[in-house]
Design a protein around this ligand. Sequence first.
Ligand code: IPE
Ligand code: IPE
Ligand code: MG
Length: 249
Amino acid sequence: MPTDTMETVNPKHIAIIMDGNGRWAQKRKMPRFMGHRAGVKTVRAIVEYCAELEIEALSLFAFSSENWRRPKAEVSLLMDLFMTTLQGEVDKLDENGIKLRVIGDKTAFSEKLQQKIVQAEMQTQDNKGLNLVIAANYGGHWDIAQAVRTISERIKSGELESAEVTEGLIAQHLTTAGLPDPDLFIRTGGEQRVSNFLLWQLAYTEFYFTDKLWPEFDQTSLSEAIESFKNRERRFGYTSDQVADKRRN
Ligand code: IPE
Ligand code: IPE
Ligand code: MG
């Protein structure tokens, strides 16, 4: 039973590590790539559902900075899938008021893919609905390092003083600038680790792990995760009594 100290509202920002595509396919004696294709269908369903629930932001981990270590053929199939999905979905995202942002080191992608990403972001930039963040060639360490590089440049040019480097300023230089930190983090596929996803941003996020493989994760699974979130008491360092007092006043 939720008490008055528990969350009653939906998370504003949900971050998901979509894991288990390969195992889903292997269980069915199919090549791993079929799992990635099936995973795209789940992405569609989850994006639609988040838009329907009027969630402010959904961040999806699509490709980590470590995933280049995979066999060349799998990496190249994943890049193709990313490209065709982007191309095929952008109009639909746009029609549904969804604003797309791709975060990660995009310089490693082909010129053509980089152009597609810029086009898709531009086409949807004025939309006011769900902020859909796709993390591709993303690493939490990389995100912090690129923020530090930009801040250092600004200090070097005299635009900024080192005393002005606050937590808020660092957050403004991360690739998620302008978005609230995730309230709910979900990882499918049974693994219980962060795998270099949004390290800074997950400081006070509620974690939810499920053994469901990503292609099996559906709208019901998401609403179960949201229910679990609503049964958490987020204390942010306060005591439970203080949280209850704050809610009453
Ligand atoms: C997640 O599924 C998708 C990517 C990392 C691109 P995996 O491909 O990691 O699936 P498993 O973990 O091998 O089952
Ligand atoms: C994390 O999944 C990255 C994505 C889902 C894109 P991995 O399957 O690559 O993570 P590890 O290597 O098992 O931690
Ligand atoms: Mg995996």
